[in-house]
Design a binder for this molecule. Sequence first.
Ligand code: NAD
Ligand code: ZN
Length: 380
Amino acid sequence: MEGTAGKVIKCRAAVAWEAGKPLVVQEVEVAPPQAMEVRLKILYTSLCHTDVYFWEAKGQTPVFPRILGHEAAGIVESVGEGVTELAPGDHVLPVFTGECKECAHCKSEESNMCELLRINPDRKVMIGDGQTRFSVNGQPIYHFLGTSTFSEYTVVHAGCVAKINPQAPLDKVCVLSCGFCTGFGATVNVAKPKKGSTVAIFGLGAVGLAAAEGARVAGASRIIGVDLNPDRFETAKKFGCTELVNPREHTKPVQEVLAEMTNGGVDRAVECTGNINAMIQALECVHDGWGVAVLVGVPHKDAEFKTHPIHFLNEKTLKGTFYGNYKPRTDLPAVVEQYMAGELELEKFITHNVTFSEINTAFELMLKGQSIRCIIHMDG
Ligand code: NAD
Ligand code: ZN
């Protein structure tokens, strides 16, 4: 890899040229990393619903042509000026929300919303110089979430890269780069259910199943999965859900159904749908006096949260989180070690594997609700 440092690399990337149209796997040019940036060789990437939302661009600001992708694992190819904590050959996970380690947020124990590198889906260029590092015949191709991992090589800010144990299997720990940590952390770091408590999980995709895994590890006695799609229920049982509710099968609002099942409300609710109704239901279904609801789903850009303020007076708490409140550089290496020690079962999240040239199949599987995580192998 030494030979490529400082030079433009020509490689394959899956370019999203238009909303909702299949990605085109084609040759792109990837410029060398500038100050505080690193260029990564991506080995595995997987598809998360956030990629699909920005590709469909129905509820989000359209930005095209763009290289999507943010859940991935790879190896550092070269580093730009000023990068001291990463070197070529390091095994890494890129993360869509970074950690500069210098701002007030990074210095606070409570926040992972780095001032400089927090998630910004509207940003389409590098922070340093406002330019893209990708091009096709001189035409700039925009970045996505600071990661753009649907490319054999990508350039990211060094603050968005977690260096991990080189023994870790990258085709598995790749899911820690977004989906798993988002859901798992939302439960264990934010909702913080006590042992024996009742937890409702809205949305049983990868993020919700990871949230359920968090509830199981935290010792919840009841984990109630809520989803409009009953196809998700069999899988959800394997992830520790003890009861399952399909709001469509009830005439009463699901908040009331849950209140009846739990003698007044659940202790914790974690919303992992992106649907505004589910977000409101998650707050309203928690028990008064102590219930906490945590929002994780990415809402439609015009969504508004409407509820009666009496819920707050009745001492229900509403919170939200990006990336499960994990600080990517500080916390992720330890999550990888938890997996290596056998405490986390990442394998059960990986339902499909495809080659890079078949990346559109991963989109089809997700749109049909058939996959939890589909790992895309960049070498194929
Ligand atoms: P997914 O599409 O695989 O799963 C979502 C599930 O929610 C589906 O099973 C769907 O049937 C269900 N659902 C939709 N509307 C519902 C409703 N009203 N009531 C009950 N269930 C409903 O998605 P995913 O990959 O698991 O991601 C879940 C959400 O998390 C998405 O909105 C995604 O953008 C978001 N996300 C947030 C962060 C973060 O840091 N906050 C990070 C990654 C993903
Ligand atoms: Zn910071």
